[in-house]
Ligand binder design. Structure first.
Ligand SMILES: [Zn+2]
Length: 140
């Protein structure tokens, strides 16, 4: 399984038997899973969304968006509980306007799951935790 490092974006190949959450990056030696969402930018997006083999769950958000702020704890909790089945990342649509434009994000929060460059699912608006988990469970 190919996993992108949340710190340096290096691609790591993990043997299936190895406990993924305990693995460190071969390049920067930091943990490959931090149990928190990572900050996605145009610099690290391709590594996580296209080259890595884990489904990437993205939260498109902005600091001025109330529903985004209320959904943030649910998203954080999902990262803590559902890694390494998924990788969780947040895209600040104010800072990363190119990524927001590329995916034609019109309302936030928008949730999206991408695996190796293909969009598996997309959802406009936040979900309560149970429904969010249910939605993810149908995808991986
Ligand atoms: Zn690294």
């Amino acid at each position: 399984m190919i996993v992108a490092c949340p710190h340096c974006s290096a691609l790591n190949r993990l043997p299936a038997a190895r406990e993924a959450t305990a693995a460190n990056c071969g390049k920067c030696k930091k943990p490959l899973f931090m149990a928190v969402p990572l900050e996605l930018t145009s610099a690290n997006f391709a590594a996580h969304a296209e080259k890595a083999e884990l489904p990437l769950v993205i939260d498109f958000w902005a600091s001025w968006c109330g529903p985004c702020r209320s959904f943030a704890p649910v998203f954080n909790q999902a990262a803590a509980e559902l890694e390494p089945r998924f990788r969780f990342g947040k895209i600040d649509t104010e800072q990363q306007q190119a990524l927001a434009a590329r995916f034609a994000i019109r309302s936030i929060p928008t949730l999206m799951v991408i695996k190796q460059g293909s969009i598996l699912a997309q959802q406009a608006g936040a979900l309560p935790k149970a429904q969010f988990y249910q939605w993810l469970n149908t995808l991986a």
